[in-house]
Design a protein around this ligand. Sequence first.
Ligand SMILES: [Ca+2]
Ligand SMILES: [Ca+2]
Length: 264
Amino acid sequence: MKTAVPPPPSQGIPLRITFLQRGFSLIEIAIVLFIVSLLLGGMLLPLAAQQDMRNQGDTQKQLAEAREALLGFAIANGRLPCPATAASNGIEAPGGGGPCTAPFDGYLPAATLGLAPIDAQGFAVDGWGGNTINRIRYAVTTFNASAFTTANGMKTVTMTALMPDLKVCNAGSGVVNPGNLATADCTAASSLATDAVAVIYSLGKNAGTGGNGTDENHNPNPQSTLVADRAFVSAQPGTTFDDQMIWLSKNILFNRMVSAGQLP
Ligand SMILES: [Ca+2]
Ligand SMILES: [Ca+2]
């Protein structure tokens, strides 16, 4: 009987070795590198965008927490804290409240409020980093002879007479011109709030490199050293505007203080 003889072990292998040994041609490697670079490029942009979105989300959360902390402070102390100044290490200025040292161009007094995260000097910083330019800003009304920042000032003046006067608009009007309050304001059409008690905001991603858009120029209140600049802009995010802002309505403040027995 004839038995089937298996093919010699070497049969068929030389072909495979030839194929493997041939390796990749330069054209094949170029195509692979091209595809890899396309994939990497496609991944890098979303990663940067994702980081931006995370920073924006962190900042928004911090601003909301700051507003809650301000409400808690008001309930506990019968007044809002004054903003910190650049030299006050995150502590309100003056300590104990009253007429504020920097009511319209100061910083969130994170050390006074016990907020985190803060930088080494005691200032709250936004989601964009630890640079001094990323410190969270805070402005508070001085109307009614600084009643809002004076202990029991709101109770003394009474709710119906309290008229906070910070303005928030969705577009700035006029030219920000040092010494000229009338040209840096909100127009009636762009008004979001005309009686905010406090405004809390971040200068956003571009804080360290510029932020010179027409609307952004209204926010760090460059003319506050000369005049009382009480107008702030909260515009649509875009290429020239990335500030993030929330404000404290007098109605929310009154509601919380009445609930806590601090008013009327
Ligand atoms: Ca900005
Ligand atoms: Ca302003």
